[in-house]
Design a protein around this ligand. Structure first.
Ligand SMILES: Cc1cc2nc3c(=O)[nH]c(=O)nc-3n(C[C@H](O)[C@H](O)[C@H](O)COP(=O)(O)O)c2cc1C
Length: 188
């Protein structure tokens, strides 16, 4: 089973990123042959990393980590829906990444970032460096959404323009290619 998991990066009350996450999730469900699942960090509600052992050991003592491990282990590829906080990545996504190690390994990750004029580009560049430490493959094709709030309508739905839909479809296609290729790296 091919499986793409889409992960949010923000958890604050009233966050807008969920609109972007819902958009890319629905688009992927339409256009991909993969099983698509949205992992919303606000709902998953991980505490600050509280495991006593290095994640590489996989000796998890907390139930929340065991569940997070199982969910990430199932995935073949990821899309991180990334906000930019103070020119960097928001803490919840870094925390969620830090919890695990092997479960991320040799899997491709794409970014859908959003923000003001930068469209979350600075956060994306920073997080790309982090994901390489856990042996993920950050792919080149990404979707960066400047002034993203202007795409959110009164009902809170993200309404893309043609260029965004096109770049999202290109990213999804490339993510699937990487996902297929990296399977060989994950043969146990
Ligand atoms: C703490 C904080 C820092 C922010 N810093 C940036 C920033 O550096 N660059 C940017 O483009 N937007 C920045 N913003 C504006 C966010 O792009 C905007 O609030 C967005 O909705 C944040 O995502 P969220 O709603 O999913 O939390 C910041 C927002 C917050 C709350």
């Amino acid at each position: 089973m091919n499986n793409i998991k889409i992960i949010t990066s923000t958890t604050r009350e009233g966050r807008k990123g969920i609109a972007v996450a819902n958009w890319i999730t629905n688009l992927a469900k339409q256009d991909s042959t993969y099983t698509i699942e949205l992992l919303d960090l606000a709902q998953i509600n991980l505490p600050f990393m509280d495991e006593p052992n290095h994640p590489r050991m996989q000796q998890y003592i907390h139930e929340h980590t065991k569940q997070w491990s199982k969910s990430i282990d199932e995935a073949d590829a990821f899309i991180i829906v990334l906000a930019e906080y103070n020119f960097g990545f928001p803490a919840p996504i870094k925390n969620a990444l830090d919890y695990l190690y092997n479960e991320w390994m040799h899997k491709p990750v794409a970014f859908v970032s959003y923000g003001g004029i930068s469209g979350g580009l600075r956060a994306t560049q920073m997080l790309k460096q982090v994901v390489t430490a856990i042996h993920m493959m950050p792919i080149v094709d990404q979707v960066n959404i400047p002034f993203f709030a202007k795409h959110i309508d009164e009902s809170g739905t993200f309404v893309p323009d043609e260029a965004l839909t096109k770049s999202a479809n290109a990213m999804l296609k490339e993510l699937e290619r990487w996902s297929e290729s990296l399977k060989a790296m994950r043969v146990k």
